[in-house]
Design a protein around this ligand. Structure first.
Ligand code: PGA
Length: 253
């Protein structure tokens, strides 16, 4: 049985005081069994040291991006070696906001994923279609191309450290969640892709999590879907709703 995974993507939100408050009032009060659910939160880089020093031990820390380049003369970047050196286990890569606003192509996301895994980081790899893709019947083609670009870079073994996050772009931050059936359809497609392209072990063991306007209200219905193994949460991860979302995953394991 796959262990559920719930990620909190805090994006470029929060002052120091707001992050401290979120940790103290929400994250450090989460009660869950790590054998059932893995929980990771992703603050901005600057807040990571404080978060690491003050977070309860059951919750892991993630970053929201790593550089395409290794350590060196790359002004403004933070590299995989530096993230690893800080003892940070997870990185979110290929988020649609990175693709949309910072020009990250499928190829870049594939290469970043490889670099992170080569440096013993674990990756939440995000895929998802835009509204126009869905409306023109291109959803699975778009997702397949995103997955193929990651596959091109990885060894079969490296998939053991990848969580795939299905995040339909039209559902991110819009309040318009994919229905449980819409989510399940795509999750099943991704699982089928894992089977045919990577192998039976990846098919059975890879967590496929859903993101896009997940709230405490829709989490229970979504998590009941067979191929849905957790969530990547944005807006609702910044408030007490996150407690209920973790509880929803926990109660169904
Ligand atoms: P949202 O964001 O929950 O605010 O829609 C999800 C995400 O971008 O990971």
């Amino acid at each position: 049985m796959r262990r559920y995974f719930v990620g909190g993507n805090w994006k470029c939100n929060n002052t120091i005081a707001q992050t401290q408050s979120l940790i103290n009032t929400v994250i450090n009060r989460l009660v869950f069994d790590v054998a059932k659910v893995e929980v990771a939160v992703a603050p901005i880089f600057l807040h990571v040291p404080w978060v690491q020093a003050n977070i309860q031990k059951n919750v892991q820390v993630a970053v929201q991006n790593t550089s395409l380049t290794k350590m060196g003369a790359y002004t403004g970047e933070i590299s995989v070696e530096q993230v690893k050196d800080f003892g940070i286990p997870w990185v979110i890569l290929g988020h649609s906001e990175r693709r949309q606003y910072y020009g990250e192509t499928n190829e870049i996301v594939g290469k970043k994923t490889r670099l992170a895994l080569d440096h013993q980081l674990k990756v939440m790899a995000c895929v998802g279609e835009k509204l126009a893709d869905r409306e023109s019947g291109q959803t699975t083609q778009v997702i397949q191309a995103q997955l193929d670009s990651i596959k091109k870079e990885l060894t079969t073994e490296q998939w053991a450290n990848v969580v795939v996050a299905y995040e339909p772009v039209w559902a991110i931050g819009t309040g318009r969640t994919a229905s449980p059936e819409q989510a399940q359809d795509v999750h099943a497609f991704i699982r089928g892709w894992l089977k045919s392209q990577i192998g039976a072990q990846a098919e059975q063991q890879t967590r496929i999590i859903y993101g896009g306007s997940v709230t405490e209200k829709n989490a229970l219905d979504l998590i009941k879907q067979k191929d849905l193994d957790g969530f990547l949460v944005g807006g609702a991860a910044l408030k007490s709703a996150f407690t209920d979302i973790v509880a929803a995953a926990h109660s169904s394991r």
